[in-house]
Design a protein around this ligand. Structure first.
Ligand SMILES: Nc1nc2c(ncn2[C@@H]2O[C@H](COP(=O)(O)OP(=O)(O)OP(=O)(O)O)[C@@H](O)[C@H]2O)c(=O)[nH]1
Ligand SMILES: [Mg+2]
Length: 482
């Protein structure tokens, strides 16, 4: 085997130093379960590395991007985002959507570009590391716990559990609480039963169509913590100022709540959240509207909670630690390909309305916050169809097996033309209608992924179809590529 020479070592050191000096931007991608995070990252990376279909991404439009490629990520302790596997699913025959992911992951894309500034360009080609971090929105919902003690957490959680829309789901848990004395001797079996009933209640709310997950987020996405004492607690009704007797059940619950904060929430904050520069929050607005008023109200609540973590009020605990780190947050309504092009601007406007209201409720500034409707991977094509002598815009795509419209059930293989309807032109009216509706305001079906080609005739990787993915990328990264 050839021996390492000094010159090899020097080259290696230079390469490492060069890499160390390359600027990087950490982009957080989050959203509640099924919001579209995995598809978003896969499509974004694919379109970056294949260098196509991004006309509204300024550096690409100005033909300044030289190339983009994957590189090993900087954090050895975070699982890698399994780009190749997700891509493999989308390119399979027939194509399938990637599987649900349940934990944090990371991927580094390095972008080589020519600067827009002549001086910088004279030095040569510039480089930027784009570090994409995918994490569950459920973890984000936990951050406000850092500002709460057990008493406040209990008060809020029990207040929500007794709200009319949730009381039905919460019945078994509230029944259990009614027969449990907080001052009783601590008991692991009671803790386990209570935590199980509390978790079942949270799950029922989520399965009932809520877009917001109630804290603690790990109760629904436990991962490695399944069965751990960290997740074996529940809220209890406590008087304010009441002292919790030593060795009591309530004292045990308080201790575990505090441990959950120090062992679960705080490390996520320190190791991941506080290191982000930019954030995109994916929101499935259309399925909320499709489910009706309750789901829209939950979405409102989730957005307010999320904004409070990104744009904390001046006196908040989080603001002390967060400083000015995340300076741009993009809220993106995903799966816009379920609506015809005429409705995309309307979906933008609708989400903007939701975000503006949440900004006001969260009492934060809206600086650096933008709303956009996108489809990371476009599964439908625009088409027109004649109907009663009229030409109507419609969408062509292959609905997923078992999806239904009226009395038609789709087989998963046949393409169909769908009239999803248009969103109303006035976003406030659209939102009010959705908030007032007892049932769905839109009738939507889910589509299979489109049939994609892997390579172009010349062997280069083919770009994937999308809606406004380039505008999202532009808002989130362009200034780093100047
Ligand atoms: N038509 C269409 N459907 C999409 C798009 N993006 C996501 N979907 C649908 O939404 C589902 C969830 O997308 P994912 O990217 O897996 O969502 P996620 O946020 O990673 O979900 P979890 O990993 O479960 O948290 C997919 O299986 C698709 O059915 C899109 O751009 N267009
Ligand atoms: Mg995922």
């Amino acid at each position: 085997m050839a021996e390492l020479t000094y010159s090899d070592l020097l080259k290696d050191a230079q390469a490492r130093l060069g890499d160390y000096l390359t600027p990087s931007v950490r982009l957080g991608v989050t959203g509640l379960s099924r919001a579209g995070k995995t598809v978003f990252i896969t499509a974004l990376v694919r379109n970056l590395v294949s260098g196509g279909r991004l006309p509204f991404f300024a550096p690409e439009a100005e033909q300044r991007i030289v190339r983009a490629y994957l590189e090993p990520q900087p954090d050895d302790s975070v699982p890698r985002f399994d780009y190749e596997a997700h891509l493999g699913d989308l390119l399979a025959a027939p194509p399938r959507w990637p599987e649900s992911t349940r934990r944090i992951s990371e991927l580094r894309v390095t972008i080589e570009y020519r600067s827009a500034y002549r001086l910088k360009r004279a030095v040569g080609i510039s480089k930027l590391h784009l570090d994409i971090v995918d994490y569950p929105g459920e973890w984000l919902i936990d951050l406000p716990l850092l500002e709460q003690d057990y008493r406040t957490f209990s008060g809020e959680a029990l207040g929500l559990a007794s709200a009319p829309s949730r009381a039905e789901f919460a019945k078994p848990f509230l029944g259990f609480l009614a027969g449990t004395d907080p001052a009783a001797q601590e008991d692991e079996q009671i803790a386990l039963t209570g935590a199980k009933l509390f978790t079942e209640y949270l799950r029922a709310v989520r399965d009932g169509g809520a877009q917001s997950t109630l804290a603690p987020g790990r109760f629904l996405l436990p991962g490695d913590l399944e069965g751990s004492p960290l997740l074996t607690f529940f809220p209890m009704p406590l008087m304010s100022g009441e002292k919790l007797p030593r060795g009591s059940l309530a004292a045990m619950m308080m201790r575990r709540f505090e441990s959950y904060k120090t062992a679960v929430v705080r490390p996520f904050f320190d190791e991941h959240f506080a290191r982000l520069d930019r954030q995109i929050v994916l929101v499935d607005v259309l399925s909320a509207m499709n489910r009706g008023a309750e789901a829209v109200a939950d979405l409102d609540r989730a957005m307010t909670a999320i904004l409070k973590t990104f744009r904390p009020g001046a006196n908040s605990w989080l603001s002390l630690f967060l400083g000015k780190k995340i300076d741009r947050v993009l809220f993106a309504a995903t799966k816009a390909d379920h609506l015809p092009a005429s409705s995309h601007d309307r979906l933008d406007a609708l989400l903007k309305e939701i975000v503006d209201e949440a900004i006001a409720r969260a009492e934060t500034e809206g600086a650096g916050v933008k709303a956009l409707a996108l489809a990371a991977l476009r599964a439908t094509r625009e088409a027109t169809a004649k109907h009663g002598g009229e030409t109507l815009p419609c969408l062509r795509g292959t609905p997923i097996k078992g999806e239904r419209i009226g009395n038609v059930t789709f087989d998963g293989a046949t393409e169909a033309a769908i009239f999803p309807g248009d969103l109303p032109a006035d976003p406030v009216a659209a939102l009010n209608a959705a908030r007032a509706a007892k049932a769905a305001t839109l009738e939507l079906v889910r589509f299979s992924p489109p049939r994609l080609s892997d390579t172009l005739a010349d062997g280069r990787p083919a770009a994937f179809p999308h809606i406004r993915l380039d505008r999202a990328l532009d808002f989130l990264t362009s200034d780093y590529l100047a």
